[in-house]
Design a protein around this ligand. Structure first.
Ligand code: GAR
Length: 313
């Protein structure tokens, strides 16, 4: 089974959405786990809950630090905890551009309105003042603009006659607790789905000069025009359950060496004979894409006609 995606949750206060994410993660089939809860306020009540539940916590008051400095501290903690994704859960801080860029497509936020309506604060007051009959909540990818970015999921919540901002907020919060774990699970599953991994391999492989793609024995293969195949993408090949990219090592000696050094990452692909092809697993949950790119480039070089292989890049 695929290892669970590691999620860090950032909070500023109560942390009820953090709790919803955490308790959902306790189901065996949940594709993520919460590995860190961090707050910009050491008094945030959610921290005590996380600690009581055995989740590592980090707290640091943001006062007196520049925005980028503070975000860099949080970034270090998220990386130290090995986070793959970040979930903002009532994290009432604007984020610096660098921090947002570091977690692009891997950071989500929940907001108590049907975005793009009612960004920012005092959402429920605004909904009631406008006489709206429906509000709700949204989970979206985080981009540099506040409460902006592609919406991944929403739940509509009725406004009830006589609602106050407090009663409406409480009802929407119930919907938030249902929505957030479901959307986060969907996001992390998509990120590790074979189709997504193939897209990524394809993007790297086809960026190499004169590289093209065609199916080879049912697997997407990448070759240099006028040259040979330099990579294959394999997914559950002959039922082996593995998602991997195959590239060309210098020969069987290097192949054996690689497998011996890192048997969790490398393997000898079946049906290729003693040809030096080496399998690099993409389903370990911690794929180093720079490393994959380096291998693709090297394999491309070994397979390209001379006139191309000399290209300086
Ligand atoms: C939630 O309602 C969340 O949607 C909102 O703060 C509350 C946090 O509650 N977030 C925003 O308004 C973000 N712009 P919680 O700490 O109990 O999860």
């Amino acid at each position: 089974m695929m290892p669970k995606a590691r999620v860090g949750v950032l909070i500023s206060g109560r942390g009820s959405n953090m709790a919803a994410l955490l308790y959902a993660s306790r189901a065996d089939d949940c594709p993520y786990e919460i590995v860190l809860v961090a707050a910009n306020d050491p008094q945030a009540p959610g921290l005590a809950l996380a600690a009581a539940e055995g989740v590592p916590t980090f707290a640091r008051a943001h006062q007196g630090l520049k925005r980028a400095e503070f975000d860099a501290i949080i970034d270090v903690e998220l990386r130290r905890a090995g986070c793959d994704f970040v979930a903002l859960a009532g994290y009432m801080r604007l984020l610096s551009a660098d921090f947002v860029a570091n977690w692009q497509d891997r950071m989500v936020n929940i907001h108590p309105s049907l975005l793009p309506a009612h960004k920012g604060l005092h959402v429920h007051e605004a909904v009631l003042a406008a006489g709206e009959t429906v509000s709700g909540c949204s989970v979206h990818l985080v981009t540099p603009e506040l409460d902006d970015g592609p919406v991944l999921g929403q739940t509509r919540v009725a406004v009830v006659p006589g609602d106050t901002p407090e009663t409406l907020a409480a009802r929407i919060l119930i919907a938030e607790h249902q929505l957030y774990p479901r959307v986060l699970a969907g996001l992390v599953s998509r990120a590790t789905a074979p189709e997504t991994l193939l897209d990524r391999v394809r993007q790297l492989a086809l960026a190499l000069p004169e590289a093209e793609e065609k199916l080879s024995h049912g697997s997407p293969g990448f070759f240099v025009r006028g040259g040979k195949f330099f990579a294959y993408f394999q997914r559950d090949h002959h039922g082996d359950g593995i998602t991997a990219v195959l590239v060309k090592a210098s020969g069987v000696e290097e192949q054996a060496q690689l497998i011996e050094n890192d048997p969790d990452l490398y393997y000898r692909p079946a049906y290729f004979g003693p040809s030096g092809w080496i399998g690099i697993r993409l389903d370990t949950g911690e794929t180093d894409w720079q490393h994959v790119d380096d291998w693709l480039t090297r394999s491309w070089r070994a397979s390209a006609p001379k006139r191309l292989a000399m290209l300086p890049f």
